[in-house]
Structures are given as structure tokens and as C-alpha cells.
Design a protein around this ligand. Structure first.
Ligand SMILES: Nc1c(N[C@@H]2O[C@H](COP(=O)(O)O)[C@@H](O)[C@H]2O)[nH]c(=O)[nH]c1=O
Length: 162
């Protein structure tokens, strides 16, 4: 059964939201949430990006990131997918507890359940791209491969002769 998430406080899957209270270290800085990182990248290298990084809440970071009076970097549409992948990967590499929650979803579909966002989520009609859900599933696959290999190496169960 597909797993739907949205609110960051939902147990157990609210941790999939970029608004969840899980910081990360990326590009030489600490970001309070993946939302802070994502929104700041729209304005990277400007004072507005610094303001977003220091925002008190992810909601405030998102508001600042959506300020129509601030010009976004010109390549944002091309860059945003990669920015989101980096943010999500860093978040789940940093926090073992939520990494466990993500891995425990097995091969289930993960869907950001928002009517408001047809790109990152499922959108009003359910036909949205669900890009955040897809990134979470791809991250899950990579983490599974990485952490399975690490535990195999520790237990010495790697293939003989390798
Ligand atoms: N979770 C969540 C939102 N959704 C998040 O908004 C981000 C996309 O922002 P943008 O590209 O600026 O529209 C992305 O992280 C998506 O998951 N938006 C909200 O206003 N409240 C929320 O609780």
C-alpha cells in the first residue's frame, strides 16, 4: 500500500517532509531543515540565501524562498531536482533513526500528499509528478545498497576472493 505523507509531525512518516526537524551539513554549512537548504539554493551567493538559512522555522524559510520580489538564480528550473536530491540524501545520511524509517518502507510507493503542489507532490487530482516522493524512493534504494554493503563487510559475508 502506498505511503502518503505531508505534515512533518505525523508519526512515523512526517520525517519524509522537508519541514521535519532534521538538520544537515551541506556545502560547508549547517542547515536546520532540508527546506532551508532547498529554498536558499534559489538565491545562492546572495544575502537573501543567508537570511533563509537563518530563518527560525522551515515555514519561514519557504515564505522567504517564495518572495516574488527577490530574483531567483536563472538556472533554477534546471537545478532544482538536483538540489532536492542532495538535500534529501544528506538528511537521511545524517540521521540514522529516520533512515531506518525510510528503509523500513521496503518497496512501497511514497507519495507527498498535497493538493497544492502538482510538481513535488500528487497535486489536486492525484496526477501530479510526486517528484519529492520519487526522490525519497530513489534515496531509499541508494541507502539500502550502501548500508547493506556496509553490514556485509562488517560481518565478513562478502563473496570469497573479493
Ligand atoms: N511540506 C510543505 C510544503 N511542501 C514543500 O515545499 C517545497 C517546494 O517549494 P517551492 O518550490 O518553493 O514551491 C518542497 O520542499 C515541498 O515538499 N509546502 C508548504 O508550504 N508547507 C508544507 O508543509
Amino acid at each position: 500500500m502506498a505511503i502518503y505523507f505531508y505534515g512533518a509531525d505525523e508519526v512515523p512518516h512526517g520525517c519524509f517532509s522537508n519541514f521535519s526537524d532534521h538538520g544537515l551539513d551541506l556545502d560547508g554549512r549547517w542547515w536546520p531543515t532540508s527546506e532551508h537548504y532547498f529554498q536558499a539554493q534559489k538565491f545562492i551567493g546572495t544575502r537573501h540565501a543567508d537570511l533563509i538559512r537563518r530563518a527560525r522555522t522551515p515555514l519561514r524559510a519557504a515564505e522567504l524562498g517564495r518572495d516574488p520580489s527577490k530574483p531567483m538564480r536563472r538556472d533554477w528550473e534546471r537545478a532544482k531536482g538536483d538540489v532536492m536530491r542532495r538535500a534529501v540524501a544528506a538528511k537521511f545520511l545524517t540521521h540514522a533513526d529516520i533512515r531506518g524509517i525510510l528503509l523500513s518502507t521496503g518497496d512501497e510507493e511514497i507519495v507527498e500528499d498535497t493538493t497544492a503542489d502538482h510538481y513535488w507532490g500528487r497535486g489536486r487530482t492525484g496526477s501530479g509528478k510526486n517528484m519529492l516522493g520519487r526522490i525519497l524512493m530513489r534515496t531509499r534504494g541508494r541507502l539500502r545498497a550502501e548500508f547493506d554493503e556496509a553490514s556485509e563487510a562488517r560481518s565478513g559475508s562478502g563473496r570469497p576472493g573479493r
